[in-house]
Design a protein around this ligand. Structure first.
Ligand SMILES: O=P(O)(O)OC[C@H]1O[C@H](O[C@H]2O[C@H](CO)[C@@H](O)[C@H](O)[C@H]2O)[C@H](O)[C@@H](O)[C@@H]1O
Length: 374
């Protein structure tokens, strides 16, 4: 594998400019909890402002970060109120199931190479309490392996690349770890590689490694008194998990995290599904990673490509938005609940993601079979 010297203008703008003027994050509005409904929020900042926002605002953001796993939301999924059902019905018309619209999707791929981008947690593996036990099933692995035989496939995850590779275990895929800040091409050369495809190893935040390591250690120390808190070193970013922390301790945890981060103005804080995420302030995200990978695969400025991105979290919205802005391909949001999203389609859970991959593979196999002799 050769180290690639790629000049990406945004990636080069890593430090000073970005620090002075942090990039706006996509305002992914999680549903408002409580009130018995799934009302979509119009504005909900996904970047937690270390300077001005009060801790209780943080805690509200933390509460909203995993509605599917709150007891109230789980009850609403199991037995939704009439209002919630109406709201879901309206939402699903705007973001129909990728399974029910399968024919529409494959007809859009006519004459084009599908390229698959798959988030990991909550997309290929179910959300579980222990991040170290978020294994994908063998059946899902087989479906991804089959899909990758026909379509270039990349795993795009917030996790450390090595970790997500250890979960997926397929050498023929591209992997973008640390929310796209650590990209590596397949160990084995896939058959579908275009002639202009390049070998890939791209780490736009490498200068932040020592800082991330330092912050990881500081966060470990600061949060060790909070029962259930877990700090995960994702190489170019750090996750502070609060899924197993008693809700009463969330504000204390947020305060500890903020007290560490105020010493690091070149890092920013966002939140995902019951997790606080600490990242470098570079203009790089899963959307940029998607564009980078398309280019690496030889599909830059091509019309004969249909990128499909499947993900469940707010960081995946950056990729959905890129596809929407390019007017190319489409995003599929994995969610049982209505959420404001830039994805075109939806799937309810990882098992539906697997069904979708299997149908794609089956369709491709049939389309490659020679027709009957006449
Ligand atoms: O981009 P992703 O692959 O979706 O990674 C995002 C974060 O996923 C993991 O945390 C989430 O899944 C855990 C296991 O199911 C769950 O316990 C946690 O509450 C979720 O937030 C991962 O551990 C994080 O480091 C990733 O940033």
């Amino acid at each position: 594998m050769t180290k690639q010297n790629v000049v990406m203008p945004e990636a080069m703008a890593i430090s000073v400019a970005a620090v002075a003027n942090p990039p706006p994050l996509f305002p992914y509005p999680p549903p408002i909890r409580g009130g018995g409904g799934f009302a979509l929020r119009k504005k909900y900042p996904s970047q937690l402002d270390l300077g001005g926002r009060r801790t209780n605002t943080w805690v509200e953001s933390m509460k909203a970060s995993s509605p599917t796993h709150s007891k109230a939301a789980a009850a609403l999924v199991a037995a939704p109120s009439v209002g919630a059902q109406d709201e879901y019905a309206t939402w699903i018309m705007r973001h129909p199931s990728a399974l029910s619209k399968f024919e529409q999707i494959i007809s859009a791929s006519k004459g084009k190479q599908i390229v698959m981008f798959l988030d990991y947690d909550g997309t290929l593996s179910p959300i579980v309490d222990d991040p170290d036990s978020a294994f994908m099933s063998d059946a899902m692995r087989a479906a991804v392996r089959d899909a990758a035989r026909f379509f270039p496939t990349a795993i795009v995850s917030g996790r450390c690349r090595d970790k997500v590779y250890s979960f997926v275990g397929l050498a023929e895929l591209y992997y973008a770890g640390s929310h796209g800040m650590d990209i590596k091409g397949p160990a084995r050369g896939p058959r579908y590689k275009k002639a202009k495809a390049k070998a890939v190893l791209f780490q736009p935040a490498s200068e932040f490694l020592p800082m991330i390591d330092e912050v990881y250690k500081a966060l470990l120390e600061k949060t060790k008194s909070v029962p259930g808190a877990k700090v995960e070193n994702n190489k170019f970013c750090v996750s502070v998990h609060f899924r197993c922390v008693d809700e009463k301790s969330w504000s204390g945890l947020a305060e500890e995290v903020m007290s560490v981060l105020k010493e690091y103005p070149r890092l920013r804080l966002t939140h995902g599904r019951k997790v606080l995420e600490i990242k470098p302030t570079i203009k790089w995200d899963k959307g940029k990673a998607l564009e980078f990978l398309l280019e690496s695969l030889g599909f830059a400025d091509c019309n004969d490509v249909l990128p499909v991105y499947i993900g469940d979290d707010r960081t995946d919205e950056d990729a959905f938005k890129v596809l929407r802005d390019r007017g190319q391909g489409f995003g599929i949001l994995v969610s049982k609940l209505p959420k404001e999203t830039n994805a075109s389609y939806s799937l309810r859970e990882p098992s539906e993601v697997m069904d979708f991959l299997l149908r794609l593979v089956e369709w491709k196999r049939l389309s490659l079979k020679p027709g009957p002799m006449v």
